[in-house]
Design a binder for this molecule. Structure first.
Ligand code: HEM
Length: 459
């Protein structure tokens, strides 16, 4: 049986590099062995990485009977819980997906358009000409407020503020490279007191759980049929036996949406602002395109702009925030690209390496939105949101949000990069983010199309 070639370096060293600079490790593997190779990480089974569109197609079209993924996300269990969509497999996974998808698509999604513009406007309204600042905390504030609104239907109030603050605190612990490393070393997760990383994590998590359970209880006690937020939808859902979701199931799904639904989008927007300002011709073209819309904030007109769309696509190609899709664990013997895998083998669709294939994306290290205007890529060549029955449920929502936030920022401010040096990607939890958070400086400001509702939000 033919097995993929394996990196020869010791498992512990591979793990360290995976934690510190995963993209370098992936590039090294691709340079040595090409389209498919495996890496051993400590005691875990080896992971086989694929970047050929044919292999991606085989994995994405195989169906849920051949692969599990939820079990492979054990690293997220302590934060998200056993009932999270990300941890589920099989029928339960399929049922939860069907429940969670609609609010992030179609009319339900479009209804958030004006709100995204208004939230962005409030969050960025205090930027001052001449003051340098790191952009990512602002994009995080925006995307966190947007997802909280979608999930709870609220963006004000004591409990809402408390949930937001605790989520931010939890992320400060988990999003660092050290936080990610603790997943592999259980001793680091232990509670050695309120100042230890494990202790802080446990306390923030307990506080968030208390707040979420209190909100769930309030909603159960005072049902409101007019509410259309996601929590109301989940509370009303019944399975085929007529059972509603338990409090624990609700909590796990809420925290999954809150975390998966804002970290990634915040990073993607920060990267996009960086690229737009790194290459002056791109900014000029984009501003010209935005000008064709006049002064009105029309979410659907913005979402349809071709050059803005190409910029967002290229942003998610060059440094895909989720640089690998979820692990596909074989349930039956499977053959991919001529390699044979027994059950319980771990296969990984590698987003980053597929997006840097020179045969698909010539000069792949260069940011060129025009690629997406010149040709269409198949879902096996371009996969920032993964694919198959595990494809990101928030893909359309994230792209919509990215475009509206970018259009709002660019119509309100003239910005420049505060530092001319290239920004490099670093690990941020399970994602890849711009090191330093992209330092910008305001060079001019313009009036807001939302000025009547604008109360500043401090970050
Ligand atoms: C730019 C922003 C985002 C990126 C790059 C991104 C990327 C991804 C990727 C690559 C996957 C794994 C797909 C696979 O394994 O095939 C995923 C899954 C997922 N994403 Fe996103 N995502 C983004 C935004 C969002 C948003 C806004 C939400 C909230 C609604 C969300 C919720 C989820 C969930 C719940 C899953 C698990 C799906 C499942 O296992 O069935 N993501 N995302």
């Amino acid at each position: 049986m033919k097995q993929p070639p394996a990196l020869q370096s010791p498992a512990f060293l591979n793990l360290m590099q995976w934690i510190i600079q995963p993209l370098d490790l992936l590039e090294y593997g691709a340079k040595q062995y090409g389209d498919c190779f495996s890496i051993r990480f400590s005691k875990l089974p080896p992971l086989s990485f694929f970047s050929h569109p044919q292999a991606i197609e085989q994995m994405f079209t195989a169906g849920a009977s051949q692969f599990d993924s939820g079990r492979g996300n054990w690293i997220l269990r302590t934060t998200l819980g056993d009932n999270s969509l990300l941890l589920l497999d099989g029928e339960r996974h399929q049922r939860q997906r069907q429940l969670l998808m609609p609010p992030f698509h179609g009319e339900r999604m479009r209804a958030y358009g004006q709100l995204i513009g208004q939230i962005t406007d409030r969050v960025i309204s205090n930027w001052q000409v001449g003051n340098p600042f790191a952009l990512r905390p602002y994009t995080q504030e925006i995307s966190l407020r947007v997802i909280l609104r979608a999930v709870f239907g609220l963006d004000e109030g004591e409990r809402y503020e408390a949930i937001k603050q605790r989520l931010e605190a939890l992320l400060r612990v988990t999003a660092s490279r050290f936080g990610f490393a603790t997943s592999f070393f259980p001793v680091l997760q232990r509670d050695f007191g309120a100042w230890s990383p494990g202790g802080r994590f446990i306390r923030f998590k307990q506080q968030i759980d208390q707040l979420l359970y209190a909100e769930i209880q309030d909603r159960r006690n005072h049902p409101d049929p007019n509410r259309s937020d996601i929590l109301s939808l989940l509370l009303a859902a019944r399975d085929e036996a007529g059972q509603s979701m338990t409090d624990e199931e609700l909590r796990d799904e809420l925290i999954t949406l809150l975390l998966a639904g804002h970290e990634t989008t915040a990073t993607a927007i920060a990267w996009a602002v960086y690229w737009i300002h790194q290459i002056p011709t791109i900014k000029t073209k984009l501003l010209a395109e935005l000008e064709t819309l006049g002064n009105e904030f029309e979410p659907m007109a913005i979402a349809r702009l071709p050059y803005l769309n190409a910029i967002c696509s290229e942003t998610l190609r060059i440094y895909p925030v989720a640089f690998i899709a979820q692990i596909r664990i074989t349930k039956t013997p499977v053959e991919v690209m001529g390699f044979s895998f027994e059950p319980e083998n771990y296969l990984v669709p590698c987003v980053y390496l597929t997006h840097h294939r020179e045969d698909l994306y010539p000069d792949s290290k260069q940011f060129k939105p025009e690629r997406f205007l010149e040709r269409q890529f198949s879902p096996f060549e371009y996969l920032p949101f993964g694919g198959s029955n595990r494809r990101c449920i928030g893909a359309a929502f994230a792209l919509f949000e990215m475009k509206l936030v970018l259009a709002t920022i660019l119509s309100r401010y003239q910005l420049a990069l505060a530092d001319a040096r290239p920004v490099i990607p670093i690990r941020r939890g399970v994602t890849i983010a711009p090191k330093g958070g992209v330092n910008m400086i305001v060079t001019d400001r313009f009036p807001s199309p939302h000025s009547s509702q604008t109360t500043p939000i401090s970050v």
